[in-house]
Ligand binder design. Structure first.
Ligand SMILES: Cc1cc2nc3c(=O)[nH]c(=O)nc-3n(C[C@H](O)[C@H](O)[C@H](O)COP(=O)(O)O)c2cc1C
Length: 155
């Protein structure tokens, strides 16, 4: 009998569609690793059950007013204590879509995730401006790398 495949959970929040494009690119990359299952959720629809069920996580959201976009912040706020009490310690990656900065949001997410704790396993992508082909390719690569690492159990 085959073991259950590892699952990558992609959680995104997007107002204009920019973060959604980047999350979709990451999903395309992850799909290149057919031995890893995918769970795809809007942040508003995601919760602790998704986090508990996955083996690794990719967060994709924007910087708004120098901090993490509210929809994603809401997801992390809702999951923080339940994740701590379940002792979830899982690998994650991060994509920040932004206009011209994004650094504060990357730091903010890393602080929150250290508190759960979750383990950052790839350099966060801070992508400035409208998503172009190079940004989408970077997200594809990250999605594939996370899916491959989970499939191999290397994190
Ligand atoms: C209300 C608002 C505040 C923003 N604040 C920042 C900011 O502080 N720093 C930044 O680099 N970009 C900022 N931006 C730009 C967004 O991060 C950028 O357009 C991003 O790609 C939006 O992604 P989304 O529409 O998928 O959520 C802001 C955009 C909005 C609408």
């Amino acid at each position: 009998m085959n073991a259950m495949p590892a699952t990558l959970l992609i959680v995104y929040h997007s107002q204009s569609g920019a973060s959604l494009q980047l999350a979709a690119a990451a999903r395309r990359g992850a799909r290149r690793e057919p031995d890893t299952a995918l769970c795809w959720r809007r942040a508003w629809d995601a919760g602790i059950d998704d986090l508990a069920a996955c083996d690794g996580l990719l967060l994709v959201a924007a910087e708004n007013s120098a901090s993490l976009a509210g929809g994603m912040k809401d997801f992390l706020d809702r999951c923080f204590y339940p994740a701590q009490s379940l002792q979830l310690s899982k690998p994650y990656g991060l994509v920040v879509s932004c206009g011209n900065d994004g650094r504060n949001t990357s730091q903010q997410v890393q602080r929150i995730m250290r508190g759960i704790p979750m383990k950052l396993v790839a350099e966060p992508l801070v992508l400035r401006g409208e998503p172009d082909a190079a940004m989408q390719a970077a997200c594809e690569e990250l999605g594939q790398a996370l899916a491959a690492g989970l499939g191999l159990g290397v994190f």
